[in-house]
Design a protein around this ligand. Structure first.
Ligand code: G3P
Ligand code: CA
Length: 277
């Protein structure tokens, strides 16, 4: 079976990441699923954004958590990318998506589609982001037993072991992904920021070895540097979901490693490359 293709922040090679246009393009590109990052606004809405602040991806500035949904909707999240949005993909003010907005788009796809939700925690793990997400999904008919919301197969990802442990009590292990940075776990704890990363990484890998999460989510550089870990998890029945795979060489590495799912900024191009492998 071909590797499943998830569109990273939507088809973010083509259009500005996390926008309505990027997700509509992902469906048009034939992606099997889409990936997103979530943040809570000051008034408690779940919005699709990667960074804690809006500075990089909009014409505004400041923390997402300090802004209301209405304030965020007043910003331009497309201009920085420089790719004109086709009229069929909505107006500029419709480009910022809430989780509900993305679920509407996926429900209208008319086919099965995966949704990989990533939780990031700039200032440490906070359960309320996960709780708000599960509450939203519950309103949309999501069932914890199979992690489906209608035609949408929902999986949950985080780099943060505390988040993965918290999710493990609420979602099926088969739809739970422990993400891994490109750090060599064999390196000694060198202290400081690098040491902190090493410690986080060690905890993350233990959750995969212990079967807390059944989806192993290494970055492509981690996969290249740590093939033994990937083989061990495959042998233990885990599924490899690798990010972010954008080149033929990276795709070949994934194919050789037995990867089942990958995340890419260019779903249509990866599909074409896959046909040539
Ligand atoms: O799929 C995981 C990947 O999205 C993690 O990296 O920084 O793009 O969220 P990032
Ligand atoms: Ca992400």
């Amino acid at each position: 079976m071909d590797m499943q293709i998830y569109a990273h922040r939507g088809s973010s090679g083509s259009f500005a990441e996390h926008t309505r246009a990027a997700y509509l393009q992902a469906l048009a590109d034939g992606a099997d699923g889409v990936e997103c990052d979530l943040h809570l606004t000051a008034d408690g809405h779940l919005v699709l954004l990667h960074d804690d602040a809006v500075d990089r991806t909009s014409d505004g500035s400041g923390a997402v958590a300090d802004k209301s949904l209405a304030e965020l909707r007043g910003l331009d999240f497309c201009g920085w990318k420089g790719a004109a949005i086709p009229a069929a993909y909505g107006t500029p003010s419709e480009q910022l998506l809430t989780l509900d907005g993305l679920l509407d788009i996926l429900a209208a796809a008319g086919r099965p589609v995966g949704l990989a939700i990533e939780f990031k925690f700039g200032a440490g793990f906070e359960a309320r982001l996960v709780d708000a997400t599960l509450e939203c999904l519950g309103r949309r008919g999501w069932h914890a037993a199979d992690s489906m919301a209608g035609n949408v197969d929902v999986s949950f990802m985080s780099f943060h072991p505390d988040a993965v442990n918290y999710l493990a009590e609420r979602v099926p292990a088969g739809r739970l992904c422990q993400l891994l940075e490109e750090v060599n776990p064999g390196e000694p704890d060198v202290g400081g920021a690098a040491g902190a990363m090493f410690m986080r990484q060690s905890g993350s890998e233990a959750l995969l070895d212990d079967g807390v999460a059944h989806l192993a989510g290494p970055g492509v550089d981690y996969l290249r540097a740590n093939p033994g870990n990937a083989s061990r998890w495959l042998a233990a029945g885990r599924t490899l979901r690798v990010w972010t795979v954008d080149t033929a060489q990276e795709l070949q590495l994934c194919r050789d490693a037995g990867v089942a799912e990958l995340t890419t900024n260019w779903p249509a191009q990866l599909r074409a490359l896959m046909a040539e492998l």
